[in-house]
Design a protein around this ligand. Structure first.
Ligand code: RB5
Length: 154
């Protein structure tokens, strides 16, 4: 898959570990930075990753900031992006399988590199099961989420 990755300064050390790991898993990486510890604004990186998904340039995204919270909030403002912070491997996998999560958000100041690799692997190995026989309820629920998005509540 093509994986877009973006981080603010809070996630740079973790991104530096994850980027080659994702490549080793056989994926193509689109790296949107940032590359230095200099302070930047997380919404800018969430937007770049989100737009790459929206425009079909990336299949999934990984976003990092200090806590994972800021990038997650920002990414979910982008139509077609379904982002979540998953700091446990069960959610990192099930978020894709049941909820069609397409962006994994991680806190660079929260999770260590070995756990982060496990989370990323679970996220990237998982696939949405809502179209499988007997699993239609997940597609129904995802469609309801899309309907909420479409209504564009103000
Ligand atoms: C930046 O200091 C920090 O606020 C940011 O990386 C992130 O944790 C926001 O959620």
């Amino acid at each position: 898959m093509r994986i877009a990755i973006g981080t603010d300064h809070g996630g740079v050390p973790l991104r530096d570990v994850l980027l080659p790991y994702i490549q080793d898993l056989g994926h193509e990486v689109l790296d949107f930075g940032t590359d230095s510890p200099a302070s930047v604004d997380y919404p800018d990186y969430a937007e770049m990753v989100g737009r790459a998904i929206q425009e079909g340039k990336a299949d999934r995204g990984i976003l990092l900031c200090g806590s994972g919270v800021g990038v997650c909030i920002a990414a979910n403002k982008i139509k077609g992006v379904y982002a979540a912070i998953c700091h446990d491997s069960y959610s990192a996998r099930q978020g894709v399988e049941h909820d069609q999560m397409n962006v994994l958000c991680l806190g660079g100041r929260v999770v260590g590199s070995d756990l982060a690799k496990l989370l990323v692997r679970n996220f990237l190995e998982a696939r949405f099961v809502g179209n499988d026989p007997g699993e239609e309820r997940h597609a129904r629920r995802v469609n309801k989420v899309r309907a909420i998005e479409k209504k564009g509540f103000k």
